[in-house]
Design a protein around this ligand. Structure first.
Ligand code: MGP
Length: 404
């Protein structure tokens, strides 16, 4: 597996037209590798074996100069005090980068303010995904929709319809409110309150809705019965449909995932130190029985904001308190998403300090072979997020002049 690393520079601008530039980082530059073509082997098929997993190579896409058009950055704004905890001060002061229309009444919660993708980056990723589908209509699941940043950017694309899922209905209501501020038509965006692990594992296989199909294996039927979420009400939230799995469409084309990284302390693992298998934990639904509001319906790290100030202690407490037996790691999450879609097209937003080799190993474990692309997003010169694009062949990046 070759992870082709591609640096993207984005700058604040008044009209939010993004400017990109790619540069080569000498430290990671490597000789033109022999990159195998992209393919996918279903990990549950007989042709899959650990001996075919292969090795991981990380290399940068060569430098291709693009005209630069630098625009003064949006200043950080401390004029209004941060209404959340001091842990998120820096995100609050950058709120106009998160949403250019923040002052029109954008609604976020504590988790939303530190995990929403800055609008420039979200718009860039949405544009890339739209182009990859060559303008053909596509249905994309935003697996951890939260307060709506990425969902809104995807729904801005004329050919993308978005299914935004989240365990927390209050977040989805905020997302709907925010989407209305951006003028997203209600036909482009549907909100589903459900743990996305259930949707990926039980609702779709090869892109097709499976929940209404009979299961021949009694064990599978029992597993489904046990995992089935309780029914939830459908409502109209700021003009959008918000409800349960009964609102899911008959087919999906791609899955976008910006999962919880474990909260603001993900950075304590240092440069290149975040391992998708060791450090990422996504909780499964704990029970099919409805539980009181505020437990199952909250993301697990909502409770983790009041942490000790000492860095070593904070690191020791990372993911502490999670029931490991009820969680999937970043590799299993990718495997589920890959199996749910027909083309295995998955877009995976990750912490900037994700170990690039760990991404390659995660992709191999999910069934991907050959190559994938990893974009590093620099906003006004600072690395903010990275995004892996899996399910396509990226070898052309090593030779084509037309890379942007
Ligand atoms: P950051 O790296 O924590 O801060 O978040 P920043 O502004 O780069 O600060 P510095 O200290 O490095 O200068 C950068 C971006 O990563 C945020 O705006 C979010 O888009 C995203 N992000 C941060 N966190 C803590 C999370 C998270 O827990 N989950 C998700 N999905 N995204 C996050």
């Amino acid at each position: 597996m070759s992870v082709l690393v591609h640096r993207v520079y984005l700058y604040d601008s008044d009209n939010h037209a993004s400017t990109e530039q790619q540069q080569e980082d000498e430290s990671l530059a490597c000789p033109r590798p022999q990159v195998a073509p992209y393919s996918y082997v279903d990990p549950s098929s007989s042709s899959y074996s650990s001996s075919t997993k292969g090795t991981v190579a990380v290399c940068r896409v060569p430098n291709i100069p693009v005209a630069e058009n630098r625009i003064a950055p949006v200043p950080v704004d401390r004029s209004i005090p941060n209404p959340f905890s001091p842990d998120v001060d820096k995100y609050w002061s950058q709120r106009h980068r998160l949403f250019s229309k923040f002052d029109a009444g954008i609604q976020l919660d504590e988790e939303g303010i530190f995990s929403v993708t800055p609008e420039q980056i979200a718009d860039h990723v949405a544009k890339r995904v739209s182009e990859l589908s060559k303008g053909k209509p596509m249905v994309l699941v935003d697996a951890f929709g939260g307060c709506g940043g990425n969902s809104i950017s995807f729904a801005k694309m004329p050919n993308i319809t978005v299914i935004a899922t989240d365990v927390d209905r209050t977040k989805l209501r905020k997302a709907a409110h925010n989407a209305a501020i951006y003028g997203i038509p209600p036909s482009k965006l549907v909100f589903i309150e459900c743990n996305v692990l259930f949707i990926l594992e039980h609702c779709y296989k090869n892109g097709v809705f499976m929940l209404d199909k009979p299961l021949s294996n009694p064990e599978d039927a029992m597993a489904l019965m046990n995992a089935m979420p309780p029914p939830v009400e459908t409502e109209c939230a700021s003009g959008y449909q918000l409800g349960g799995i009964d609102l899911l469409p008959p087919s999906i084309d791609a899955v976008f995932m910006d999962p919880p990284w474990g909260g603001v302390d993900y950075n304590l693992f240092g440069k290149n130190g975040y391992d998708l298998q060791l450090n990422m934990r996504i909780a499964r639904p704990t029970s099919a029985v409805p539980v009181p509001q505020g437990s199952l319906n909250n993301d697990f790290f909502d409770d983790f904001v009041a942490q000790p100030r000492n860095q070593a202690e904070r690191k020791a407490q990372f993911n502490l308190g999670l029931d490991e037996s009820n969680c999937v790691d970043g590799a299993e999450l990718l495997r589920l998403a890959a199996a749910a879609t027909k083309t295995h097209f998955v877009i995976y937003d990750l912490p900037k300090n994700t170990n690039r080799g760990s991404l390659g190993r995660t992709a191999l474990a999910a069934g991907y072979r050959g190559n994938c692309k990893l974009e590093e997003h620099y906003l006004n010169g600072r690395l903010k997020t990275i995004t892996a694009y899996l399910g396509c062949d990226w070898r052309y990046l090593l030779s084509s002049e037309d890379v942007s």
